[in-house]
Write a protein that binds this ligand. Structure first.
Ligand code: UD1
Ligand code: MG
Length: 450
């Protein structure tokens, strides 16, 4: 039986090398703060409890983690005295005796499967589980010192002897502590070392001295990649995107050039969707089955119904709801609008704050004039309506079912269903006038060149 588990996320880092006014753990990867990625991985590993240790003055971090999960407990580490000290800033939850996974808020790629495996080692009786990785560049990391496959100690880089520095099996930082022993182990950590810090990693030697079981697991280097700089952030972003694209393709989504598609942490795409190159998915996008997103589209806060075709070069902004079998073509921007089944908005159009009925056809260059400089107003277009090209629909305005709008109209009044609205200057033809103009212009040209 798995025991209750607490995910204890350390997020008191200063992050000075980010050169940012935003706390480091709030920098987004796939449009989600890094610390929230860690929370999602632990939630996916079914950790029942979650606590986050923040630095002083990091209210923004507290707000973000509570937004992600309202039952998150937060603790403030007022002085940054090391990872062991940071864990004990959350003493009240440590005392509850749950198994603990210590995670870092700036290490967002950790996989829930790894956390599952660590939990299961704790359930099987390990007092300490360490997640190690092998690397060609171990500088700066704590080294896992083993004897005959048994983890004896973690030596921080600063304390390591030259021989120990040759070891390339390193501490990824993520650690499991059994609920039964955690508090005793943590309380036994001292700060007599090169940095004068309380090293969480000392629990390995302490547990060994007590004759408790210590396990080193091996994970991948990328999974424990910590972010300290902006280029590190970009590297983590790239790794995240690569994995997310692969997962989507494995689930039945086609991508012609996967490396050019950018996803958000919450992007949902159903099977048999085809994604052409160069598409950006901002937050909160859902794409229904068999839809097609053509090249160079930008989508956020949008729902695209089954079998719909979007793009190339379309922009769907928050509140866009395309029902099934709709078409949105090139250079079309849609915001806060419902487009019902089978409706088409194919070229050079702005639709904002609108409802477009079933099978309506919105001609090229149609603009919903939704803003009067102070307030936004709504445009309602009925089913099977036909909006002629280059029309301005001045909201608030309602166009009835099956109604026509004559091309080039400025529509300021409602149009009843099945009627035609026309709002433009009447055309007049002047017989022979074309030839007269040409003659006059030719005369002017001749006078100038003589
Ligand atoms: C730590 C490990 C090291 C491991 C490396 C992996 C210790 C003593 N060392 O070293 O073995 O190889 O991570 O990246 O644990 N933090 C706080 N409060 C503190 C100190 C740290 O919240 O007082 C947080 C930081 O925000 C960070 C994490 O703990 O998220 C790790 O701290 P950091 O200073 O980066 O530790 P390292 O020296 O890298
Ligand atoms: Mg570090």
């Amino acid at each position: 039986m798995a025991r209750d588990c607490l995910a204890l996320i350390l997020a008191a880092g200063e992050g000075t090398r980010m050169r940012s006014s935003l706390p480091k753990v709030l920098h987004p990867v796939a449009n989600l703060p890094m610390v929230c990625h860690v929370m999602r991985a632990s939630a996916k590993a079914n950790c029942e409890h979650v606590a986050v240790v923040v630095g002083s003055g990091a209210e923004a971090v507290e707000d973000a983690v509570r937004k992600e999960n309202p039952s998150t407990e937060t603790f403030v580490q007022t002085e940054r005295l090391g990872t062991g000290h940071a864990v004990l800033a959350a003493r009240r939850v440590v005392e509850q005796g749950h198994d603990i996974l210590v995670l870092f808020g700036d290490t967002p790629l950790v996989a829930s499967e790894t956390l599952d495996a660590m939990r299961s080692e704790l359930s099987k009786g390990a007092a300490v589980v360490v997640l190690g990785f092998r690397t060609d560049n171990p500088d700066g990391y704590g080294r896992l010192l083993e004897d005959d496959g048994k983890l004896l100690a973690i030596r921080e880089h600063k304390e390591a002897s030259d021989a120990e520095k040759q070891v390339n099996f390193c501490n990824g930082g993520i650690m499991g502590l059994s609920g039964e022993h955690a508090l005793n182990l943590l309380d036994a950590i001292g700060n007599d070392n090169a940095k004068g810090e309380y090293y969480l990693t000392d629990v390995v030697e302490i547990a060994n001295e007590k004759g408790l079981r210590v396990v080193a697991m091996e994970g991948s280097e990328t999974e424990v990649l910590g972010v300290n700089t902006r280029d590190g952030l970009a590297q983590v972003e790239a790794l995240w995107q690569e994995k997310a694209r692969l997962t989507l393709m494995q689930s039945g989504v086609s991508m012609q050039a996967p490396e050019t598609v950018f996803l958000s942490a919450d992007t949902v795409i159903d099977t048999d969707v085809i994604l052409e190159p160069n598409i950006v998915f901002g937050p909160k996008v859902v794409i229904g089955k068999s839809a097609q997103i053509k090249a160079f589209c930008h989508l956020e806060g949008a729902h695209v119904g089954e079998g719909s075709v979007v793009g190339p070069f379309a922009r769907l902004r928050p509140g866009t709801q395309l029902h099934d079998e709709t078409k949105v073509g090139n250079f079309v921007e849609i915001k806060n609008a419902v487009v019902e089944q089978g409706a088409k908005v194919n070229h050079l159009t702005y639709i904002g704050d609108a409802e477009i009925g079933k099978a309506a056809n919105i001609g090229a260059g149609t603009i919903t004039c939704n803003y009067d400089g102070m307030n936004k107003h709504k445009t309602v277009i009925g089913a099977n309506a036909f909006i002629g090209s280059n029309s301005a629909l001045v909201a608030p305005v309602t166009i009835g079912d099956g109604a026509y709008v004559a091309s080039g109209s400025v529509i300021t009044e409602d149009i009843p269903s099945q009627a035609m609205g026309i709002g433009r200057g009447r055309q007049a033809n002047k017989e022979g006038y074309g030839a007269q103009i040409r003659e006059r212009n030719a005369k002017i040209k001749a006078e100038r060149s003589s």
